[in-house]
Ligand binder design. Structure first.
Ligand code: PXP
Length: 239
């Protein structure tokens, strides 16, 4: 059974709508930790649209489970990570205009920068993962770059209707590449777009270490919690 890392960026997305301190990512992380989640994942984006530096600093302080920091190849954020020393860093591509991380890293184009970043992070005993498309070539390059792990981008898979022909094609790609990841001796993680309908097939892949899931969990939490939230307010209004 893989471990579950929960990405709490979307709690911060909601908080940043008002910037008055709630909902708190710290409170969210504590709830998740208490219900047995294995890891907390946050993405410190260049534009700071959701998670802020102080969130990451506080999470590192209060968490008893590992903190996985997703970040782009940005000098300032790399330095931040080197100083903070989270348990794990996942290097991701980032484009300002995107709504979410749209694809895996181009390891060939960014080879030198990734290599020196990995080397610096590993000197601080930070476990380094690379967010990649399910392609053997990317795995080979990740190995060459001395990454500890890869996280396979499941975005294309997640956009397919479960059971459709395209769904099985994408699933097969992920399964084949997963085998190759293990053969190369790298830790196998996956994530992006995984939800309550499609997660099972990815969780069943042999050797899957961690799944990082955010949007579907936070979205479901809204409806699972809406009844109680409304009832509490009704009681306050109506006495
Ligand atoms: N893994 C990585 C590397 C990501 O960039 C993201 C999105 O921030 C996730 C996992 C989680 O994706 P989702 O929010 O779609 O579950």
């Amino acid at each position: 059974m893989p471990k579950l890392g929960v990405n709490i960026d979307h709690i911060a997305t909601l908080r940043q709508q008002r910037k008055i301190g709630y909902p708190s990512v710290i409170e969210a992380a504590k709830i998740l930790e208490s219900c047995g989640v294995d890891q907390i994942t946050v993405h410190l984006r260049e534009d700071r649209r959701h998670i802020q530096d102080e969130d990451v600093i506080q999470l590192k302080k209060i968490l008893n489970i590992p903190l996985n920091l997703e970040m782009a190849l940005n000098k300032e954020i790399i330095n931040f990570a080197l100083k903070l020393k989270p348990k794990e860093v996942c290097i991701v591509p980032e484009r300002r205009q995107e709504l979410t991380t749209e694809g895996g890293l181009d390891l060939e184009k960014n080879y030198k920068k990734i290599k020196s970043t990995i080397s610096k992070l590993k000197q601080e005993n930070i476990f380094v993962s690379l967010f990649i498309e399910p392609k053997e070539k990317s795995v080979r390059l990740a190995k060459e770059l001395c990454a500890d792990a890869v996280e396979i981008h499941t975005g294309k898979y997640s956009l397919c209707k479960v059971g459709a022909k395209k769904f099985y094609i994408e699933l097969d790609k992920i399964k084949r590449v997963s085998k190759f990841v293990l053969k190369e001796g790298l830790t196998l993680n996956a994530g992006h777009g995984l939800d309550y309908n499609n997660v099972k097939y990815i969780a069943e892949i042999n050797g899957m270490n961690t799944l990082n899931i955010g949007f579907s969990i936070i979205s479901r939490a809204v409806f699972v919690g809406l009844k109680q939230a409304a009832e509490e307010m009704l009681n306050l209004c109506k006495g």
